[in-house]
Design a protein around this ligand. Structure first.
Ligand SMILES: Cc1cc2nc3c(=O)[nH]c(=O)nc-3n(C[C@H](O)[C@H](O)[C@H](O)COP(=O)(O)OP(=O)(O)OC[C@H]3O[C@@H](n4cnc5c(N)ncnc54)[C@H](O)[C@@H]3O)c2cc1C
Length: 375
């Protein structure tokens, strides 16, 4: 007898869609509710490291990512003036024929995962959220904002770092905290010399570009901001141009020239959160950013959520009880997700305090090795 026959996924981001996909493959009936009626994905591009590509391969969407994104090996690091400092390898974790990293536009990845979710038979309801979650001995009764009710063996909460559901299930849960940095992103045309991610180390800010298709790349720029201040839309373009002024290297200088109101410029203050164990209570479990949200220093946040989805479905298939499945899920996910959150936050602290470059490099190396290990 399966431990879960019917599940509800709350949130249709990368973690929620992958959870629905993996549970459907395990023969579980799945409903997914997404609060956004348009099921949109915000932001410019996203970097998929080797471990994330390996996980997305397991989910079954690698071929689409390879054709609709831009896969490449290695990362180049330059000074702000374009002097090459290093070229780092990116091991091929998703297989010998799959490059060690990729970039893709967020809306493109979201569409790929939404199509896979629907094609495997998940019942998707947009513009919906849970208004009550009532845990009983053998099931969970969920009421949605449209008044409909459903009974589930398991509720998977994947509604992101500001999860309302987390606060409802765990009233004392910690809140995300501001880490003192913000990230700017924009989508710009890709010059032919940009063949892989390139990082430019400025004195005050760090910039980088990553191809997301044959014709486009996304710019990311990390800035120290002691206080979490809002940036008005009209200020996005002039402020980003000012921050890029210290880079005389050809690529960032050219990006500065071509930036326009059409460049999908986004500014995001960087928050982090590590929910203490356990991430489950009764028949409700948190995955993805709802449980562990990291800053993008290791470009691994989305990948950790995808891995959560895979491991949860594996444990649901193996275990003889739901409690056992959730305990085993927690045991496998805690050390890995904790490492990514804590190391990402530490990297940001070192950058803000002008700390040891050696410690920064050691943390990067140790984290990459840990993420490359099997999950
Ligand atoms: C600036 C920045 C750059 C980043 N860059 C990278 C990167 O390069 N690589 C990488 O791997 N990671 C990166 N990350 C991290 C990555 O974006 C997140 O880890 C990932 O998007 C989290 O996915 P999620 O599905 O858990 O949550 P989300 O993406 O937040 O999705 C949650 C979903 O739930 C929905 N929702 C919210 N509330 C409700 C509700 N009550 N009911 C129903 N639905 C609800 C939302 O509309 C949304 O669709 C970055 C993060 C930031 C901030």
């Amino acid at each position: 007898m399966p431990v879960v026959r019917k599940a509800l996924v709350i949130g249709g981001g990368f973690a929620g869609t992958c959870s629905a996909i993996q549970m459907r493959k395990a023969g579980i009936e799945v409903d997914l509710v997404e609060i956004d009626p348009g099921w949109r994905s915000y932001g410019a591009g996203i970097t998929l490291n080797g471990a994330t590509l390996r996980a997305l391969g397991e989910v079954g969407v690698l071929a689409q990512i390879m054709t609709q994104g831009a896969c490449c090996d290695g990362v180049e690091i330059f000074t702000a003036h374009g002097h090459k400092l290093a070229e780092l390898p990116t091991p091929r974790l998703a297989g010998p024929d799959v490059p060690g990293g990729a970039g893709i536009l967020r809306p493109v990845l979201a569409r790929i995962l939404a199509e896979a979710t629907r094609s495997l038979g998940t019942h998707v309801r947009l513009g919906c959220h849970a208004t009550s979650i009532d845990q009983q001995q053998d099931l969970v009764e969920v009421t949605l904002n449209d008044g409909t009710r459903g009974s589930y063996d398991l509720v998977v909460v994947a509604d992101g770092v500001r999860s309302r559901t987390r606060d409802q299930i765990f009233p004392g849960a910690p809140k995300p905290f501001y880490t003192g940095q913000g990230v700017w992103r924009a989508v710009v045309p890709r010059p032919s010399e940009v063949q892989r991610p390139c990082l430019y180390m400025g004195a005050r800010v760090k910039a980088g570009v990553n191809p997301v298709s044959s014709t486009e790349m996304y710019l990311f720029l990390t800035e120290d901001r002691p206080t979490n201040t809002h940036v008005d839309d009209v200020e996005l373009l002039p402020q980003l141009r000012t921050l890029l002024a210290e880079f005389s290297a050809a690529v960032p200088a050219q990006v500065r020239e071509v930036l326009s109101c059409e460049s999908h410029i986004v500014f995001r203050p960087l928050d982090a959160l590590l929910m203490p164990q356990p991430w489950y209570l009764g028949r409700v479990v948190l995955i993805g950013d709802a449980a562990h949200s990291s800053t993008p220093h290791l470009a691994a946040g989305a990948g950790m959520g995808v891995e959560d989805a895979i491991v949860l479905a594996q444990e649901l298939q193996k275990a003889v009880s739901l409690e056992q499945a959730l305990a085993d899920f927690q045991r496998r996910r805690w050390p890995r997700c904790r490492l990514v959150v804590e190391n990402s936050v530490r990297l940001g602290e070192i950058e803000q305090t002008g700390g040891s470059k050696e410690e920064h490099a050691n943390i990067m190396r140790a984290s990459m090795m840990a993420m490359a290990a099997p999950y």
